[in-house]
Structures are given as C-alpha cells and as structure tokens.
Write a protein that binds this ligand. Structure first.
Ligand code: ADP
Ligand code: MG
Length: 356
C-alpha cells in the first residue's frame, strides 16, 4: 500500500524576479513500511520535499497525498507524520523519560498509556538504563536515540528524518545506521530518510531517490541505482565510475554497435534518440574491469601508471593506449594480482558488456 505520494510537485521560493525553484515537477510514491531515502548534494531540494510532506510548507504546484488522500487542507499536527531534525531539540532540563513523554502528554494521552509507551520506547532505542538522566548529561549519540524515541512515541505512520546522523562521528554514525534500520523494522513505520552521503543511502535503504537541482533523476533499490544508473549524474554521484567515450557505428532496433577507443566494437542497447555517428559515454565501475595479459583478447589496452594497495583490494590506474585518459580498475586481493602487476606494465582491460 502507498504511504506517501508526491504528484508533479514544484516549490518556488522568493519574490517574482528572484525565484528559486527548490523542487521542479517531482513525482514519487513511497510504500508503507519502506525505508526510503532522498539522496543528493546540498541544495538539491531534499529538506523542501520533507517539509512539504510534513505540512510546514505548501507546494506551489502539484499535490501531496498521504495514504491516497490529498492533504493540502491538513495542518502538520493532523498528518500522522513526525520529523527528526539534525539538531535534536531536546529539553535539556528534563530527563530522558520526560522528554519522550512530553509530546504524548501534550496530546492528552492518559497517564498509564504514556508510561507504557515511554517504557516501550526506552527499550526500542536501548536507553532504559539512562531514563532518569537529564538530556544535558548524556552523549550526542544518546541524545540522538532520545530524539528518535520522542518522535516515534506518538506512533506516526511516517517518520521523516532530515540528515539525523550528520552531527555524529564516523564510528557512531555507522552504529546508528544499523540501529535506525532495526528500529524501522521493529516498528513497521515508514521512514523517509534524507542524506547527502551515498554510502549511508546504499547501506540503509529499501529504495533511494537520487536528486539534483530540484529534480528526482532516478528511483530504485540500492543495487539498481548502483548497477544500472540511468543518467551520468547518478553514476558519478554514487560510487566510483569510469566514463569512456565511444562512437555508435551502427544500430538495428535498439541494439547499437559501439566502437571503443581501442577500435574494438561491442554490441550494446542504445537509447532511442541516439543515432549512428553519435558519441556516447559508457559508465563502468572499477570493480567490473578485469586486468588480463597485454596479448590476451581485451576491450581496451593500456599501461599501468599507478598501483594503490588498500588491504582488501588494489586499485590500478591505467592509461588507455592512444589517449591521455585514465581508467581505474579495482581488484580483490585474494586473487593476488598486486604481486604480479606494477606501474609501467602493459595490460589488457576486459569488461563484461552488462557492466557497461
Ligand atoms: P537540501 O536539503 O537538499 O540541501 P533545500 O531543500 O534546503 O536543499 O533547498 C533547496 C533550494 O531551495 C536551495 O537553493 C535553497 O537555498 C532554497 N530554499 C530552501 N528554503 C528556502 C526558503 N525558505 N526561502 C528561499 N529559498 C529557499
Ligand atoms: Mg537539507
């Protein structure tokens, strides 16, 4: 079932003549129970989209639906949506338990129910032992847990999380990534998570929407986004990618013949608007390139310019013959390449067509 839907949503800020188009015709459907991530660089419109869903802002155009119902007329507190901000905004003079209880008391919940929910939330975020501490006397990571407990306590249908981990140091951030995912699965609440960190998005999400300049460029599972980026921005923003220019020499239906810089021609599907003679860009992940002997059959030939040993893997920078372009290939060390190949060696690069 559908939790949240944005239909052709645009948001324009500022006076006429000085408008900022923060969102430009955005459409997305987020399912119930999903861990959904909005991923993109600073200023691309992530926070704006969250604020529209929460009801803190109204769209300039288009509509927001919660469980299939248009919510333009609903103020934030009637939307069954709650938000966790980067700044936790806890009450420092209150205890952990009092902070979690506060919102429930404001809603006029009976005392016994408040107690029961607070106990359950303390357990969920693993803060039972610190329940009587003031929040000014716990660590940043613990404050983060309290903020989550407080936001989850009223049992919202959707929890919006705007870069909630960005204030934590790396080790704590990694730990909270796993914890957040666990809390989402245990509560069954739909999470809409905002981050500019591609690794964070890949590790936590059921699905990701990649945003740039107010638009959603691609929506898919982490594997789909990583393995099959549909536009150059997505390939570039997520993970590491080699871009190789090639020429379309022939096409039959949607199958093109594509000539690589080495002169080798491969078959590959091409988009409808790509004609014979067009230059296309192939995007190839470093770990999908195999290094082979220079005299073996290969898609590209080159010379190793640099070898970087990383423990689990080794990265080879290879200058492609006849060009000044470099390609990065990453090889797992259990294969033992790093002992054989060194800077200056000639190599062949073999790439599975489905990895282009
Ligand atoms: P993100 O969260 O991805 O960093 P935002 O949604 O905060 O991006 O902002 C998107 C764009 O809209 C930015 O150019 C930002 O400056 C602009 N913007 C956001 N809020 C306002 C506002 N209240 N008034 C004017 N411009 C705004
Ligand atoms: Mg933001």
């Amino acid at each position: 079932a559908v939790a949240v839907e944005a239909k052709n949503v645009s948001k324009i800020f500022g006076a006429p003549g000085a408008e900022v188009r923060a969102l430009d015709n955005v459409s997305v459907t987020i399912r119930q129970n999903e861990f959904f991530t909005l991923l993109g660089p600073s200023g691309c419109g992530k926070t704006t989209l969250l604020r529209l869903i929460a009801g803190f802002e109204m769209p300039s155009d288009g509509s927001i639906l919660l469980e299939g119902e248009e919510v333009a007329h609903l103020p934030p507190y009637k939307r069954h949506v709650n938000t966790v901000f980067q700044s936790y905004a806890l009450f420092p003079h209150m205890t952990v338990a009092q902070n979690i209880a506060f919102g429930l008391e404001m809603l006029g919940k009976p005392k016994a129910e408040v107690q029961q929910t607070v106990t359950a939330m303390l357990k969920l975020v693993r803060m039972e032992e610190l329940k009587d501490r003031r929040t000014s006397q716990i660590s940043g990571g613990q404050q983060q847990r309290v903020a989550l407990a407080r936001a989850l306590a009223p049992k919202p249908k959707v929890l919006l999380l705007d870069e909630p981990l960005s204030a934590l140091d790396l080790k704590l951030r990694k730990e909270m990534q796993i914890e957040l995912k666990r809390m989402q699965m245990e509560t069954g609440i739909t999470f809409i998570f905002v981050t500019h960190d591609q690794e964070e998005a890949l590790t936590m999400s059921d699905r990701i929407a990649v945003m740039s300049k107010g638009k959603i460029l691609q929506i898919g599972s982490p594997a789909e986004i990583y393995e099959h980026p549909t536009v150059r921005f997505v390939a570039d923003f997520i993970g590491e990618t080699n871009f190789i220019e090639a020429e379309v020499t022939q096409r039959i239906a949607n199958e093109g013949q594509i000539k690589l810089p080495s002169g080798i021609v491969i078959s590959h599907p091409v988009a409808e608007n790509v004609g014979v003679g067009a230059t296309v860009t192939l995007a190839i992940r470093p770990e999908r390139i195999d290094l082979v002997r220079p005299d073996a059959e290969a898609h590209l030939k080159g010379k190793i310019s640099n070898v970087v040993y990383f423990g689990t893997d080794t990265t080879f920078h290879v200058e492609i013959d006849g060009t000044s372009k470099h390609v990065t290939a990453r090889v797992q060390n259990r294969r033992g390449h790093q002992e054989v190949l060194k800077a200056g060696d000639a190599v062949g690069l073999r790439i599975a067509p489905e990895a282009m």
